[in-house]
Design a protein around this ligand. Sequence first.
Ligand SMILES: Nc1ncnc2c1ncn2[C@@H]1O[C@H](COP(=O)(O)OP(=O)(O)OP(=O)(O)O)[C@@H](O)[C@H]1O
Length: 617
Amino acid sequence: MEGSHAFQVFLRLRPPHSNSSIEEPFLTVLPPSPTASDEDIESGTKTQVTIHPPSNHRSQKIETFSFTEVFEEASNQADIFKHIVAPILTPVIKDGRDGMLATLGVTGSGKTHTILGSRQQRGMTQMSLDVLFRSLGDKIALMSESQIAQCNDAEAEIMDSTAFMSKVTAVVEPYQIPKPNSCPTKPPVDSHVVKCNASSSTKYAILMSIYEVYNDKIFDLLAPSSAARRKALLFKSTRSSGDRKVVTGLRKVMVTDLYEALQVLGVGQYQRSHGETVSNDKSSRSHCFISLELKKMKKSKLDGSTRMKESTFTIVDLAGSERARNAKTAGDRLAEGGHINKSLMFLGQCLELSTQQSSGHPAKIPYRQSKLTELLFTNSYNPAADPQIASIIVTADPAGDFNATSQMLKYSALAKSSVNLRPPMQVLNGSRNVSATSQISQCSQGSALEITTDERPESAMSQDATSMIAMLQLQLKEAEESRVEMERLLNQRRIEAEREREEAKARCLEIERAVREEVSNDMEQRIRLMQRMMLNKLEEDAECREEHVDRKLDMLKRTILESNDENDRARDVEIEQYVRELEAENSALRSEVLSLKRKRVNGDSPLKERSLNRLKF
Ligand SMILES: Nc1ncnc2c1ncn2[C@@H]1O[C@H](COP(=O)(O)OP(=O)(O)OP(=O)(O)O)[C@@H](O)[C@H]1O
């Protein structure tokens, strides 16, 4: 199955966790093979590892995987840079070629540590930037507006780092962005300065962009905005890119020194989607792409125009595959995990098929299945594309999750073979605790152990058919594992959905009860208020009526009084009149009496009778 590969695949083993409980690692590095090149034997370069399943595992197959080189636990960041990254970066700077470095591995196996380092050690990105700025030195310049227009047809927003930082600090608190000066300067990479023999009229502009593939969509990490307002970017061909596809609409920052570049990197790191899982307390939940574009600008002495040559170094920190059961994720984390695993499954298929392609069996690589494989394979690992150098660092924890690690090694290794121990329990005189390495060495020494390979002899079947069957078996097994896992997730999701439905129902009832109570309280208050208002109104009306009646009575009284006065006056007048008449009559009678007296005196009797009648009246 071995053949020359379209890219190099290195394996890096991480040192054990301080809290690791597993006593014996399942992964063993094999010494250099006797068939290796003299150079490799001399330098002690190791290229193969074997994995042996735990004794209670259903498969008892010892598998061997080959890589370009295996870096053991003791390797440090400087070793990785020197052997893997410097050979990619040098042609990017010197010859204007494209290069790509990616890390692939199970969650918590050290991908981000390799790419971005930690508080104590710098990562490949910081070291690459350091080498880039040291190598180009005073040839680094900013592009003029016309030069920007000349090279930018991907709707990019190109700006210098001062403008960029002021835009960023308008929306992000500065203290939240990791400080560049907090990045350690060790280990030094001074010895890796690339000499580029450019003329004095040649200048270089360095454009940095950082983006992530999150849930199968591309997002710019240098354009901070809230999760809800993030706009997905397109990956497409542009007028000048021809067949090459580019991510359009990115913000690109022109950086002129290491400090500025680390500031930009800090913003990208701050913006990247992270989350906490059981496997890693700061787990990357997206595939992150850091792109360093070198624009080599040469001014023509004849017409002053600028000729531009471009090369790009892309660093990719892939999210880790995980088993939801082990990572104990739920909700958003579970959905993210599903997207991550799906995209890595497609990546695995593409990597396996590209292995066949490079060993002379053309196969169509189905890279359009996900944004990740489209980004990686469209321009980078496609052997038909421009010459470029690409390497993958597969990170693994020899004492981590056996199933996840063996699956990762299966699809990333350059070659693989396996030996079946049959029956697993009886092989070693009834003992299950003898290590797989000792089993292999006993086997290689011609021991009488009953070990058989599960592969039919090559003579009985063509190599093509053997590899095809092995691949199909592998895919079948992976598909079965995925199906079981999906079923488990589906069941888990169903149970969760049922629980959520019950909770939602209970919440609804609670809300309904609270609303009813609130409404009835409100109604009661309103009724009480209306009653108070009506009583007030009735009281007011009664008062008004009372006043009205009082006023009427007053008026009547006055009227009565007034009418009494008038009657009195009339009677008085009448009486006065009567009195006056009586007085007049009286005086008339007196005068008559007087005249009668006089007449009596004179003897006149009829007059006397008449006056007596009047007196009776
Ligand atoms: N080679 C190493 N040397 C020292 N520490 C390491 C190494 N590899 C990983 N670690 C430590 O292990 C922890 C997890 O590593 P890291 O975050 O790089 O994992 P990862 O593969 O990127 O995980 P994920 O996919 O979940 O993001 C970190 O604390 C990191 O510093």
